[in-house]
Design a protein around this ligand. Sequence first.
Ligand code: G4P
Length: 533
Amino acid sequence: MSQISNEVKEQIKKRRTFAIISHPDAGKTTLTEKFLLYGGAINQAGSVKGKATARHAVSDWMEIEKERGISVTSSVLQFHYNDYCINILDTPGHQDFSEDTYRTLMAADSAVMVIDASKGVEAQTRKLFKVCTMRHIPIFTFINKMDREAMDTFELLDDIENELGIATCPINWPIGSGKEFRGVYDRASKKVEVFSDTHKGTTQGEVEKVALNDPELSWLITDSQKLQLEEEMELQDGAGAVFDQDLVSKGELSPVFFGSALTNFGVETFLQHFLKMTSSPLPRKSDAGLIDPMKEPDFSAFVFKIQANMNKAHRDRIAFMRICSGEFEAGMDVWHMQGGKKVRLSQPQQLMASERKMIEKAYGGDIIGVFDPGIFSIGDTLTASAKRFSYEGIPTFAPEHFARVRQVDTMKRKQFIKGINQIAQEGAIQIFQEYNTGMEEIIVGVVGVLQFDVLKYRLENEYNVEIRLDTLPYEHIRWIENTEIDMDRLTGTSDMKKVKDLKDRPLLLFVNEWSIRMTVDRNEGLILSEFGR
Ligand code: G4P
């Protein structure tokens, strides 16, 4: 077996690939912009103009790209900080929230969760968080907007622990909030990092670090703030979880940081701690055991996202893949496991927005997009190794909106079936059929309602089929884990619907959580899952 070269090893060791998640408006875009500022990818940060109005039409990141003329993409962004090469994966929020948002988390090694200090954990964070915990990926919390009135620090930590079911360990502790925000206390160094005006975050600013017992501190924070800090620290030291890197790596303990992305405060401290606490790309599960990027010399990757028609003129598809091991070179031939043949990875690009940048090389940990002649599916494995293996598949996530769909012109049945199947194969929607009714009607499930519009638009424009969508009242879907269950004998509530997916797996649709519980109660041994494996 060939040996992995030191150069490739060094490149992979430098990589940190993480997803950034938040509820809309918590400050994800602002924090990302500040990371770029510290990484030297941009010279001056400032508010991204016109974003509020453009928000619904385009991703925030594309806006940054337009504003700053830098290499930001709607999906992945790469920059360097000190010796690290950082890949940030965006998880679109707002209306363009879709199953892709979940799948993106499959390509990350850790996640940064941005929380608004005045709001605590919000709905969208909760959903994304569930996917992170399912994969046991480390989660780092940045509590943002400390320059505004914030919730009580203990309350915020309790909120994360209760809502998300994960232990927290504050790495630093805020001193005041809003107008009274003075900075954070770094628990390891026992120094207060004092907040200074960074001119609305347009310059990097200096952070003054003062020991808690230094008399100078009385100039910087009030006596009552100092007293409160000492009391809070005593409480936290006594009752809170201690930092444990092992638990962090297993995704069981979330290190928590406080700051204000807008004014740059606490961003660099966060970045420095975070980069030390996360790891370079780790071994990934495959059907041939773990594939370790530090041992496997050859290129391997899996597809986690397919984007169709990025360029209207060419009606092309781009398959986005996460490289798990080795070195990628433009135009290389690799083995496509699921297709059972060799393919050439052509037109590799690292940019995923409207503009594309061709790349020559990439390494384990990086994300690339390659031209897809219509052969790739989500979860497919590609490898240059003589060994044949497939990476663990990407689960199917539960859609939350459902509609019955039919073509308006009955003569166009063939195009309709072809189109809807192709769009489902790309992973933009999920399609279901009623169980054992012999009816040919198709039920479409989506994670975000915008996908319904996308479906309608694409069928009309690409397949010339007009459709009618009738929304259905279901909000929950569950896969049946124990497939030996007799579907005909399964009894649920009157509003429950039995369906099957493209792979003929049996599923149940429910209107509310109560129906789910009733159905589980009524059918002994029934095991339901929120993910299709
Ligand atoms: P998102 O990507 O998570 O949706 O959030 P984004 O960064 O766009 O931030 C949402 C709003 O919150 C923006 O204001 C942004 O300026 C503000 N913000 C972000 N971080 C902080 C912070 O640390 N402190 C304060 N006070 N505000 C913060 P906006 O008025 O909605 O947009 P804009 O017109 O200022 O861009």
